[in-house]
Ligand binder design. Sequence first.
Ligand code: SF4
Length: 367
Amino acid sequence: MTEIEALELLSNYRDAKLVKGVVSKLHQQITRPWSLMEICGGQTHAIMKYGLDQLLPNEIELIHGPGCPVCVTALELIDQALWIAQQPNVIFTSFGDMLRVPGSQGDLFAVKAAGGQVRVVYSPLDAVKLAQENPDQQVVFFAIGFETTAPANAMAVIQADKLNLDNFSILPANVLVPPAMHAILSSPDNCIQGFLAAGHVCTVMGYWEYLPITERYKTPITVTGFEPLDLVNGILRTVTMLEEGRCQVENAYSRAVTCAGNKVAQKLIKQVFIPVNRNWRGIGTIPKSGYGLRDEFHHFDATVRFDTGKIKRSESSICIAGQVLQGLKKPFDCPAFGSSCTPQSPLGAPMVSSEGACAAYYRFGRK
Ligand code: SF4
């Protein structure tokens, strides 16, 4: 995409003039190269879709982060999901974008095609309802997502507990942003100098957890939304901090985010979940980076209810998703990008998900 094509694309956006004004400020202000990471795949897609990367000063390198829950869900969890979904008398429920994510052997679509009861739901509470309606079937919900989906997952467990449902369980797979930021910043290969934090996660969790990260790693963070104007504002604020030698957390998404976040949702999460070590696909285990069920809700854990311990796994040897998700490589650095790996025939999760970096680069022509 050229700069002219990007400007044409942007002209369809209602705040195009304001975006151009912010971009022009950036061009005036910047004095040296800076590498910024947008945490969330939704931000990556908006940047690509509106061609913002083509309009920014050359000094700014945007690096996509690990913020796509579909992409980072560990292969062993996908394989556990596939195995559970194939068991008799099981209705396996999931958000739609997990159905095409490849496990070691196939995906949930293939299980469904072979006769498995795999159903797409829009909320974990739909899965609870299914369990009520099908008392002779085990209903399992694939509880993926960042902190944003955790309150609804917690609510489903509480609801199932209230209803005394012994045929409902979840496959716990929630992942958490701050431990991933710690892992990125403490890596010897780290090149990130500033973050655009994901606005929707902060709507739930606030941004108080980011204050010690900024303090410890001397890295500015700006809470940023998903509109083109939100993104360029977030970039301007982060670059301004870097240019001025300031390391703070700034909120460029104040119409939705406060420092404390949604305390009711956080209380709900705490009531049901406890931080546990979690394996991130392609990255490895990050301490306390996921949510597991508290002891009192242990019986709603599908890995306990089904014997998933012996499931073997093998990752594609070609896929470099781990390096892509840590910002160490771009999708087009992968030898399979656009050839043996496409959205129609994905080898790794970042090419499947609507938030995946490889899918964004492919869809919006960054080849
Ligand atoms: S292009 Fe495909 S194989 Fe390569 S890193 Fe992305 S998902 Fe993996």
